[in-house]
Design a protein around this ligand. Sequence first.
Ligand SMILES: [Fe+2]
Ligand SMILES: [Fe+2]
Length: 144
Amino acid sequence: MNIFEALRQEHEIQRDLIAKLLKTEGKTEERKKIFEDLKHELKIHEDAEERHFYIPLMEKDMTQEKARHSVAEHHEMDELVEKLEDTEMDASNWLKIARELEHQLIHHLDEEEQEVFQMAGKVLTSKQKEDLASDYNKAIRENR
Ligand SMILES: [Fe+2]
Ligand SMILES: [Fe+2]
């Protein structure tokens, strides 16, 4: 497995969870559970992806700016998650913020898959792509 395949696995989990979250209503156990799951998935993915993908990409001229941009987007999503935590789940504003998070998240995942992976594919060797995948998968396994 290479790093791109590894990252895509968690992207699919996130796409699934955010879609499910937007279908929930009010202050329900279901909404709480899906939100907690999504929050956890976002956190473990962001941490492992930054360490085992973006840090190596920041060391290369060609991908440095793109890598910084993606990490900045992680921070923006973290802020939206915090905003959701600070808002009552049954307030109308909660769903509005959740939709904002969906918008940002889908944009972020698409940009990674369509733009970042292409550039990274050119600067990383096949061996690096495999090594990063095993380091990344190990980090996910340990934290899930
Ligand atoms: Fe990301
Ligand atoms: Fe990602």
